[in-house]
Write a protein that binds this ligand. Structure first.
Ligand SMILES: Cc1cc2nc3c(=O)[nH]c(=O)nc-3n(C[C@H](O)[C@H](O)[C@H](O)COP(=O)(O)OP(=O)(O)OC[C@H]3O[C@@H](n4cnc5c(N)ncnc54)[C@H](O)[C@@H]3O)c2cc1C
Length: 394
């Protein structure tokens, strides 16, 4: 096969792969993008995500690093979305948090976790307690249903599939060479696909499991066993419904001890109801139990969801590292950069993470021997690490 040379080859055209392809191509790099599945993004976790950009709401379960990456990334989305060649739904009208009276205890837990993790000035500026009238003013259709609520002002969401489509138009427009339906490839397969590159960036999400070995030291029998991976999938199930009788204006989170759910309104009366989070690699279809829980929670938020039409029941696994934080690993010798661990926060944090990865790739292309010490490494300590043969170098 004839070989074509590129500055950078990216494996995986999900969220991080497409963003990086765009960022690098617009800097003038010659880029190849190689994807296991087709251009519609249906092989990616990004295809099913609700794409909420909710740093404060997520601080109830995440670390401060996610909040900071999230705030930086929402600023980037705000700047980038207008640069995309197609309009993409992007909203910053806040998140409404509600709970039924019997679940009041969940609210105290939620607010104390947010206060413990998020920067105090952000909490003071953005978290507002609402009474029944306040809830009704924000979401008139919820009037009389919730005596209290919280507004997390400024939080956002976007149209996940719209962003994937628009990024694809961008990369095609910048002349990125796209290889679709390539099957499950690794860096070593690129020559077989006619691609030679100065740097390879691995954005395969969960498909990169083998490239993130867990530390085996001291585990009996580890030498014979296939290497365990530090990367695992967390099963998430979501429902997409068409609900023209419901008029919600912003994502609503409902606190509940067993079924904490969110309902994210998208254009054209579509609602994404999600999401389960199960410690499981199972990617079989949505279970009856999960469908019942998600749909009952939506119905209990607003009875008009009873007449909604179920369009899709989706499952994907979130690519997750043990500390639930994103990581960028650089194998300087092999000239491979690996971006992973976006977990349940890919849309929230991918802009800042891929910008940092872009700095690393540029440093490798410039043959900088300290590519792991780019300015982003100071901004996000610990996120960028040099590795050799899969092991992190200290
Ligand atoms: C149910 C659910 C809800 C979510 N909701 C939100 C949310 O509201 N907000 C938020 O911020 N995040 C959310 N997320 C998380 C977000 O979707 C992920 O963090 C993000 O998609 C991860 O991006 P990625 O590029 O690493 O992986 P992916 O988006 O999964 O992309 C990986 C790509 O690599 C390809 N690939 C895999 N293996 C290979 C291979 N061997 N060769 C070639 N290509 C390969 C895949 O086909 C895929 O296209 C949600 C996720 C799920 C599952």
């Amino acid at each position: 096969m004839t070989q074509q040379s590129f500055d950078v080859a990216i494996l995986g055209a999900g969220l991080s792969g497409r963003l990086l392809a765009w960022l690098l191509a617009r800097k003038g790099q010659r880029v190849a993008l190689v994807e296991r599945a087709g251009p519609d993004g249906s092989g990616a976790a990004a295809h099913v995500a609700a794409a909420m950009l909710a740093p404060l709401a997520e601080s109830a379960i995440a670390e401060r690093r996610i909040v900071d990456l999230g705030i930086a990334s929402v600023d980037l989305w705000r700047a980038w979305i207008p640069q995309l060649p197609e309009p993409v739904f992007f909203q910053e009208d806040g998140t409404l948090v509600v709970w039924h009276a019997r679940d009041r205890g969940e609210m105290s837990m939620f607010t104390s976790r947010v206060r413990a993790v998020a920067p105090p000035e952000l909490v003071a500026a953005r978290m507002r307690a609402l009474d029944a009238a306040g809830v009704a003013q924000l979401e008139p259709e919820l009037a009389g249903r919730f005596p209290q609520g919280l507004l997390l002002a400024g939080e956002g969401q976007l149209d996940n599939r719209g962003v994937l489509r628009a990024l694809l138009s961008c990369v095609v427009g910048h002349g990125v060479h796209c290889v679709w339906e390539a099957g499950a490839v690794e860096a070593g397969d690129l020559p077989r696909l006619g691609v030679r590159a100065g740097v390879v960036v691995d954005c395969r999400g969960l498909g990169a499991r083998a490239a993130w070995p867990a530390r085996q030291a001291g585990v009996p029998g580890a030498a014979d066993a296939p290497p365990a991976s530090a990367l695992r999938g967390l099963r998430g199930e979501v429902v997409r419904v068409h609900a023209p009788d419901v008029k919600l204006h912003r994502p609503v989170r409902m606190l509940h001890p067993r079924y904490p759910i969110y309902i994210a309104p998208k254009p054209n009366d579509l609602y994404v109801i999600g999401a389960t989070e199960l410690e499981s690699e199972d990617d079989s279809p949505v279970s009856v139990r999960s469908a019942l829980e998600l749909l009952s929670a939506a119905y209990s938020l607003h009875p008009a969801f009873g007449e909604a039409r179920v369009l899709e029941l989706n499952v994907q696994r979130r690519p997750t590292l043990p500390d639930h934080l994103p990581a960028i690993h650089i194998d300087q010798e092999a000239r491979i950069v690996r971006v992973n661990g976006l977990y349940r926060h890919g849309f929230l944090i991918a802009p800042a993470v891929t910008e940092a990865a872009c700095e690393v790739v540029q440093a490798l292309l410039d043959n900088d021997p300290a590519a792991h010490m780019v300015p982003a490494a100071t901004r996000w300590p610990g996120m960028i690490a040099p590795v050799s043969g899969g092991a992190v170098l200290h």
